[in-house]
Design a protein around this ligand. Structure first.
Ligand code: HEM
Length: 421
């Protein structure tokens, strides 16, 4: 199946679901051979199976090829760590993301949203790339909220690096045999070079943080990382650990939110009547539009786990060592829970609905669910309310070409015209 996945991952997954249903096995590599080159990947599409994979303790881990490759690229921060190390990191960082703590960022987010609305490139009637605009917004918010920093100078660099690194990482994850990064092939050299550029951005953020008001009492993420101590050994985090953590939050903290906003604004731009209702509606309707945008285009569209022991998913036997994939992109179109699945309809998320918990999981689930969920929801609704109060968004394209990389990204600029209301 590897060639089909490389050619059209989303189409292949949807086709597999429509043909075979709630649990599908895909074979990668030659039919026979050692597990390193010949393996089955099990996709669970039904909410019950997803529930099992996300929440059964000590059965499904992150020791998968995808997460190993991600670790090579972005180190061992909260997203990629596992076991005890992960638990310690999550405990250190969780207090920064409680709903109360996150609510404290409302003002900063509002100011940044106003800045987007006042941006000279958004001049009435001119064409904008929504993705570009939303990436800038999300990066500025993360920079200020988590690192107390103005990351503007890094924005063009990150906008250049993200697609390159995602592409390199995905290609590496789909390779059956991977040369270690220390072997100098053209591809590993490229990875090493782009990765160094990425850590250059991180080091600049850490250096600026250290220069600012030394000794001042702050409680942003960097201060917390500097003061964190291992409860058993009393050791502080190493420089490497701090760099990796900053990188993970810089990337995970902006890429997905920017995607969610881009997709939602594009959809609203395609359906002017819905947009007008949302623009005049209350906060709940704005939130519903965002949730519906992430239903159709979930920025974290797929994830994977490794079955560490022999187990079952939805009654099917799954041997130890099997890769298990979950795709919100597919489950969010499951017709048992989402009638007329391709229709954009924010009312799916207004009022009362009874759906299984895992019919919808844009933020994942179980203990490893997104730590930034409240942060992202607040940040995105603030932007939508601010922008829609000021402008009517007209989408210039009726179709969205998607690039499923590590996250779901638009394959090309998402063009829109903003007209004052
Ligand atoms: C709309 C925006 C976002 C979406 C759709 C999203 C989605 C997700 C998903 C699905 C996961 C779980 C991945 C898995 O199970 O393999 C996750 C994990 C994570 N997210 Fe988000 N995320 C968003 C915003 C954010 C923000 C704003 C931050 C940080 C400020 C963040 C930081 C993280 C981190 C660090 C993890 C790893 C958590 C752990 O394993 O303990 N995310 N996210």
């Amino acid at each position: 199946m590897a060639p089909a996945f490389r050619r059209d991952m989303l189409g292949t997954l949807l086709d597999g679901f429509h043909r075979y249903g709630d649990v599908v096995t895909y074979h990668f590599g030659p039919r026979w051979g050692p597990r390193a080159v010949s393996q089955n990947v099990v996709m669970a599409h039904h909410p019950d199976g997803i529930h099992e994979v996300f929440t059964t303790p000590r059965v499904f881990s992150r020791r998968t090829t995808g997460f190993q490759v991600l670790t090579e690229f972005i180190g061992a921060g909260l997203l990629t760590s596992d076991g005890e190390v992960w638990l310690r990191q999550r405990r250190t960082l969780q207090p920064l993301f409680t709903p109360r703590r996150v609510a404290g960022y409302t003002e900063l987010m509002t100011a940044e949203a106003e800045r987007v609305a006042a941006d000279p490139t958004v001049a009435p009637g001119s064409t904008v790339d929504l993705h570009h605009l939303m990436q800038r917004y999300a990066l500025r918010v993360v920079g200020r909220a988590l690192f107390g920093d103005d990351v503007d100078e890094a924005i063009p660099q990150l906008q250049r690096l993200m697609p390159i690194l995602s592409d390199l990482a995905l290609a590496r994850a789909l390779q059956v045999v991977r040369a270690p990064l220390r072997w100098p092939t053209p591809r590993t050299r490229r990875i090493t070079r782009e990765r160094a550029a990425q850590y250059g951005i991180v080091d600049a953020i850490i250096a600026r943080h250290a220069d600012r008001e030394p000794g001042a009492e702050r409680d942003d993420m960097l201060s917390r990382l500097h003061t964190a101590r291992d409860p058993e050994t009393g050791q502080p985090l190493s420089t490497e650990e701090i760099r990796d953590q900053v990188l993970v939050f810089l990337l995970a903290g902006h890429e997905t939110t920017a995607g969610a906003l881009t997709f939602t604004l594009h959809l609203l731009g395609r359906y002017p009547e819905i947009q007008d209702r949302v623009a005049k509606g209350d906060a709940d309707l704005v939130r519903a539009a965002l949730l519906e945008g992430m239903r159709l285009y979930p920025p974290a569209y797929s994830t994977e786990r490794l079955a560490d022991v022999d187990t079952t998913i939805a009654g099917y036997q799954v041997p130890a060592g099997t890769r298990v994939m979950l795709s919100s992109f597919v489950t969010h179109r499951h017709p048992d829970f989402w009638p007329d699945p391709d229709r954009f309809d924010p009312d799916r998320f207004t009022g009362q609905h009874t759906r299984p918990r895992y019919a919808y999981f844009p933020f994942g689930g179980g203990p490893r669910s997104c730590i930034g969920e409240h942060f992202a929801l607040l940040e995105a609704t603030v932007l939508l309310r601010t922008l829609l109060a000021r402008y009517r968004v007209e989408a210039l394209d009726q179709r969205l070409r998607l690039a499923p990389m590590i996250t779901l990204r638009p394959a090309e600029p998402v063009r829109a015209v903003l007209r004052p209301r």
